[in-house]
Write a protein that binds this ligand. Structure first.
Ligand SMILES: *Cc1c(COP(=O)(O)O)cnc(C)c1O
Length: 370
């Protein structure tokens, strides 16, 4: 029997270009050239995303930590975000001694429900984090209006939303600040890495000082921090890979969209819903995801088992964060608690072949056709 090739759920798209720039950075990017690729990567990023300021970081988690610190989030404060999320969006809140307040999601976008977010606002609320899940966009008009009404900054965690556009504006460019991740599983990668972006000059300068161990621009004394800062910098070698990926960003996004379309067409007759793309928006489809309709018996562990037998990596939909032992349960977040068990992410790396996608679809048919 022919050996079946494993279908990984993600892996980066790395070409000779990334290797060329990384090699150049490793060989020549030292001394006075030690920030060269970082500068290029940040410039290319700003141009693509339509943002005025960008700071490359070692992770999205670090970018979020610095941004929240710059907003003055601290002990006893509250920050609102959706219950269905990866923990990286919530952890930085706790690093600052503040409390993540988990709010239910909308059934169609799987993102923060604006009405419930508004209802969760208290005198302690310091920020609302809009996380664009799996490429799906939060309702930014509603969230920004709420932020304006209460004088609360809205932040975008756009780690999963490269390629997603809300009525002409790229995800990450609309909030007080935006954060991105370039972890190896993301649409654009540097291995590990992230980006902080903002349109606000004063806020950028604040975060830039924080990111530089508290050294304020214009401080003439060498090695003289004016405050306690952070060390979440990206290396020039990582930035070289990122810069190459920026030259290929349209291709990277197009591949994600092509993979989604294939699944969408191939699975259109099954009782599942997939990532939405409402009128006026573009979905970057970081993770093609199926949610099995409620009247269908479905066991996601069984599906993952079936995938495993066929050498396919299935990936569970994020658990509600409030289910984790370090947070308090919130079963009143009914949509979140109902959703996660019926949903699964499908393999979606850029070079995934149609033959491999067919293999994935065959398993789904076996499970869901009856
Ligand atoms: C991947 C991810 C992060 C974490 O990114 P790191 O670069 O690993 O810190 C944060 N938020 C979301 C929404 C993510 O998907």
């Amino acid at each position: 029997m022919k050996q079946m090739k494993r279908i990984h759920y993600t892996k980066p798209s790395i070409t000779d270009l990334e290797v060329k720039y990384a090699t150049d950075a490793a060989r020549n990017g030292w001394g006075e050239r030690c920030y060269e690729y970082i500068g290029r990567f940040e410039e290319a990023f700003k141009a693509h995303f339509g943002v005025k300021y960008a700071i490359a970081t070692s992770s999205c988690t670090g970018a979020m930590h610095m941004g929240l610190a710059a907003l003055g989030v601290g002990s006893g404060d509250e920050v609102i975000l959706a219950d269905i999320n990866w923990i990286a969006s919530a952890s930085p809140i706790t690093y600052l001694g503040a409390k993540p307040v988990f709010v239910d999601v909308l059934p169609d976008s799987w993102c923060l429900d604006p009405e419930k977010a508004e209802a969760a606002i208290t005198s302690k609320t310091k920020a609302i984090i809009a996380v664009h899940l799996y490429g799906n966009l939060c309702d930014m008009d509603a969230l920004l209006a709420i932020g304006e009404k209460y004088g609360i900054p809205v932040i975008e965690d756009a780690a999963e939303a490269i390629g997603s556009v809300w009525h002409g504006k790229r995800a990450g460019s609309m909030g007080m600040f935006g954060t991105f991740s370039f972890h190896g599983t993301k649409t654009l990668t540097t291995g590990e890495g992230g980006m902080f972006v903002t349109q606000n000059k004063a806020f950028y300068e604040k975060v830039l000082s924080l990111s530089n161990h508290g050294r304020v621009a214009g401080q003439t004394r060498q090695f003289w921090p004016d405050m306690i800062g952070f060390k979440y910098k990206m290396s020039n070698i990582q930035a070289a890979i990122g810069y190459a990926q920026m030259e290929r960003i349209d291709e990277l996004i197009a591949a994600k969209r092509r993979i989604f379309r294939y699944y969408q067409n191939a699975l259109s007759d099954l009782p599942v819903t997939m990532n939405p793309e409402p009128e006026g928006t573009i979905n970057g489809y970081w993770m093609p995801t199926i949610v099995v309709e409620q009247d269908v018996t479905f066991d996601r562990e069984q599906l993952i088992e079936m995938f495993q037998q066929q050498q396919i990596d299935g990936r569970v939909f994020f658990w509600p964060l409030s289910m984790l032992p370090m947070f308090g349960e919130k079963p009143e977040n009914r949509v979140s608690y109902e959703l996660y068990g019926r949903a699964i992410n499908l393999p979606s790396y850029h070079d995934l072949s149609e033959g491999s996608q067919q293999r994935v679809c065959r398993v789904l048919r076996l499970m869901l056709e009856s």
